[in-house]
Design a protein around this ligand. Structure first.
Ligand SMILES: Cc1cc2nc3c(=O)[nH]c(=O)nc-3n(C[C@H](O)[C@H](O)[C@H](O)COP(=O)(O)OP(=O)(O)OC[C@H]3O[C@@H](n4cnc5c(N)ncnc54)[C@H](O)[C@@H]3O)c2cc1C
Ligand code: SF4
Length: 344
């Protein structure tokens, strides 16, 4: 029996990936210490409104996720930010700042991602113009009070979305595609049209990457049912007029012609970047030099962290992924940790 000698695993992060990893590890009979820097579970899900592609309420999916943790004995250490993991013999020590906060026989890192800081793309005026927001900002507005989008009591008449903000952009040193912002922009465009049917909605894209099950259908629905306009083009600049409307300069790259547009709101579809709250592992180089995300030992199988036996990764700390993908990777990391503990 694996746990006759009480082997312990530390799971760092309580987003969708960390929840699935903690629950699966406990179900496999491993004793779990579960850490998150916040005081509760859920990660980014806490601030989303509806989820693509099925438009389920994020709050109810979060409840389902958290519900699964109730029946399993996991020891929660919430409100603790792990900064460093050190290996000594076969044991790992976990540190918050300089203080050692725990020990473990194996570790699953599931510390997720952060949103690209849109202020870096100064040309869009985020943080300067009131009505330039990011996709996570819009999620929060839709969740808390969509009427905040009204202007002087009237429905907004036009909203533009800009794709690939902080992704596929050599200027900011991020070459990868964040995979989920196209479908987020499609879903949010539909939500806007449902709330404000008269509002004109335009999405400026480089090319649409709608790869997942049900994504293409949602893209079609946005165009055919809701009449969202998709313009293949680049927005070069945003400015504000005296009525706080946003003036856009763009280029329609299909028609090869410049374009000017005035909208009530501009939404920047920001990319996914490595978590700001970084975790150092034994002073090893464990992140990909190009992207900064954790690097796995094998490209096609397994979730073992490159260069460190006994440490596994789950979810968006390895790169942009959806909630179902993050959850599946959490379960798979738990299984691999179980095999590691059994064989060592
Ligand atoms: C705008 C936007 C909308 C999205 N909408 C959807 C959607 O509708 N459907 C969908 O499938 N996917 C969606 N996604 C993707 C989704 O956000 C991710 O798949 C999911 O959040 C990944 O889960 P995770 O557990 O890996 O990371 P996270 O959700 O980021 O959770 C990480 C957890 O780790 C904790 N943590 C971080 N660092 C530390 C540390 N050092 N110590 C302790 N704890 C730490 C954090 O507090 C957090 O609780 C969206 C993404 C974006 C950008
Ligand atoms: S998913 Fe779409 S918006 Fe996001 S980086 Fe890729 S192409 Fe750009």
């Amino acid at each position: 029996m694996l746990n006759d000698n009480h082997q312990r695993i530390a799971v760092i992060g309580a987003g969708p990936a960390g929840i699935s990893a903690a629950v699966a590890a406990a179900a496999l009979g491993i004793e779990v210490d579960w850490y998150d820097k916040e005081n509760g579970a859920g990660g980014k899900l806490n601030n989303y409104h509806q989820l693509f592609p099925g438009r389920e309420s994020a709050a109810s999916i979060l409840e389902d996720f958290i519900g699964t943790t109730g029946t399993n004995p996991v020891k929660k250490h919430f409100g603790i930010e792990i900064a460093r993991i050190e290996k000594d013999n076969q044991q790992f020590s976990l540190f918050s700042g300089t203080e050692q906060v725990g020990v473990a026989d194996s570790v699953i890192i599931a510390n997720g991602f952060d949103f690209f800081d849109a202020r870096i793309k100064e040309e869009f005026g985020y943080g300067i113009y009131k009505r330039v927001v990011t996709s996570p900002d819009l999620e929060r507005i839709l969740k808390n009070n969509s009427l905040d989008l009204r202007i002087d009591g009237a429905d907004p008449s036009s909203i533009a979305f800009v794709h690939c903000v902080g992704s596929r952009d050599q200027q900011v040193g991020i070459n990868y595609c964040s995979r989920l912002c196209c479908i987020t922009g499609i879903k949010q465009a539909i939500e806007i049209k449902e709330l404000f049917p008269q509002c004109k909605v335009v999405n400026f894209y480089i090319d649409i990457r709608a790869f997942g099950t049900g994504y293409e259908e949602l893209y079609r629905e946005a165009q055919e049912k809701h009449k969202v306009r998709f313009i293949r083009g680049r927005v070069s600049e945003a400015s504000e007029n005296q009525q706080n409307k946003i003036l856009l300069k763009a280029e329609d790259t299909l028609m090869s012609r410049p374009l000017k547009l005035t909208v009530d709101w501009l939404v920047l579809l920001v990319g996914m970047v490595p978590a700001c709250s970084q975790i150092q592992v034994d002073n090893h180089q464990v992140t990909d030099l190009d992207t900064g995300f954790f690097q796995m030992a094998k490209t096609f199988s397994g979730s073992r962290l490159a260069g460190q036996a006994g440490v596994f990764t789950a979810g968006a700390c390895c790169g942009p992924m959806s909630i179902p993908e993050a959850s599946a990777s959490g379960r798979s990391a738990a299984m691999e940790a179980w095999q590691y503990l059994k064989n060592r």
